[in-house]
Design a protein. Structure first.
Length: 448
């Protein structure tokens, strides 16, 4: 231990934050979890990251890799281990103006990316929250406001720089370490630390964005009509439906249909969005033209000193099961005992990628839905039986789980995220790049 620490202090340029340091209390936390790591390391370069990995492997402590720190299971911190905080690796550079190739540090957030690309008239299909890390979101998917037109965030990755468990640095692309490139697009943080991504961005305009609100009593008809329409809607239109919001009345909360039309033509936008307006009694409509970056929201964090627990679970729905799933969600949402529910449209560009082209395998899903229960631990524990019962009803109708919206990481979760053949192929990549499972704090794929 002392020898490894001596080597780290000699070779490492970034910050080494230990218990008792002024920065430790904030450094030990991810967004939703407060850990007690022995060391929080903030590298400033890929060489620093190599030194971090070498140190973590030598001391044998649990290792957490933190990008934005939004992961619901709290992967971005730990107790008694090492945290590698990538926040100082956050550069965003257009490296090929003709092909719109953008190099992004593994610790950047999507808000930083949107702000940096706006002056170039460029954007990348990402998530919908500014403070979410590029790395965490991209490695497992990335379903945001441009998903139906430009695909998942990971569909726009063309290369990555990865520090592997042996402390080496490799480049992954279609032609360089192609199996690793396949694996990091959907396989999470199982195979190394991505210190830089190269994305193919696209020219962007302002977009029409906002919410159309309906009474809670119309949730069943609005949900089904919305899903039916999204099957034939222009791919420029992406949409999310929120309902049963406990902070807005629970079962009496209005149904909020958020829309994003990727374009600044008012007539085309109206033609695409008006069928949603016709689904029921509109009680609010604030859709307006705004910069793409303004569609990303600030991430919500618990107030300082308040320990809250979130139980979040997300799953995919194929076309054949849409009606059954939406009927169950609408019924539970109106029951007065519902978690917060959100349903997201997918399809479009996502579905045109072959299922085996990336480790993200849920290409034919029409929808992805999320349930969330939150609050002090006793409140969440009291809600668990109802959540378990809801998911028991849904289980026959769902087609896989979405890693970015899971608060747990059980073997059952991993099997839901990765179909059998995908998991087998991921295990082979794991054997090559991380046979000792150094990178285990994730939806873990084991080498055996």
């Amino acid at each position: 231990m002392s020898s490894a620490l001596t080597d780290l202090r000699r070779d490492f340029v970034g910050d080494i934050i230990e218990p008792g340091a002024a920065e430790y209390d904030s450094a030990r936390r991810s967004l939703l979890t407060a850990g007690s790591p022995v060391y929080v390391l903030r590298p400033t370069s890929v060489v620093d990251v190599q030194a971090c990995v070498t140190f973590a492997a030598a001391v044998g402590f649990a290792l957490s890799v933190r990008g934005g720190g939004h992961g619901f299971p709290g992967f971005g911190t730990n107790d008694g281990g090492v945290v590698i905080d990538l926040s100082r690796l956050a550069s965003v550079d257009v490296i090929d103006k003709e092909r719109h190739i953008v190099r992004i540090g593994g610790g950047a957030t999507w808000g930083q990316v949107a702000a940096a690309l706006a002056p170039h008239g460029l954007a990348i299909s990402s998530g919908d929250t500014k403070s979410v890390g590029v790395g965490g979101l991209t490695l497992s998917g990335g379903i945001g406001w441009k998903v139906r037109k430009y695909g998942l965030a990971l569909d726009n990755v063309v290369a990555a720089q990865v520090v592997t468990a042996d402390g080496g640095v490799v480049r992954a692309s279609e032609t360089e370490n192609p199996e690793l490139f396949w694996a990091i697009r959907g396989g999470g943080g199982n195979f190394g630390i991505v210190t830089a991504f190269e994305f193919a961005a696209h020219p962007t305009t302002d977009v029409f964005y906002g919410k159309i609100v309906f009474p809670a009593s119309e949730v069943a008809t609005v949900l089904q009509g919305w899903a039916d329409y999204l099957r034939t809607a222009p791919e420029e239109l992406t949409s999310i439906v929120d309902f049963a919001n406990p902070f807005a009345g629970g079962s009496d909360a209005p149904v909020e249909v958020f829309v994003a039309f990727d374009g600044d033509d008012a007539d085309l936008a109206a033609k695409a969005i008006d069928p949603i307006r016709g689904l029921g009694t509109v009680i609010e409509d604030d859709v307006t033209l705004k910069p793409y970056g303004d569609t990303l929201v600030d991430g919500a964090a618990p107030p300082p000193g308040i320990e809250l627990e979130l139980v979040t679970r997300g799953a995919f729905v194929s076309k054949d099961s849409v009606s059954e799933v939406l009927a169950i969600l609408a019924e539970v949402g109106a029951s007065g005992r519902s978690p917060f529910i959100a349903v997201r449209s997918v399809g479009g560009a996502v579905s045109r990628v072959p299922a085996d082209a990336t480790a993200y395998a849920h290409r034919q899903a029409e929808l992805m839905f999320v349930t969330t229960a939150g609050g002090p631990k006793p409140v969440v524990e009291a809600a668990r039986p109802g959540l378990d019962a809801l998911w028991g009803r849904l289980a026959p109708h769902i087609d896989g789980l979405y890693a970015n919206f899971l608060a747990s990481a059980t073997d059952e979760d991993v099997a839901g995220v990765y179909p059998t053949e995908t998991l087998r192929r991921l295990a082979a990549v794991k054997r090559q790049y991380d046979p000792g499972n150094l990178f285990a704090r994730n939806h873990n794929v084991r080498a055996e």
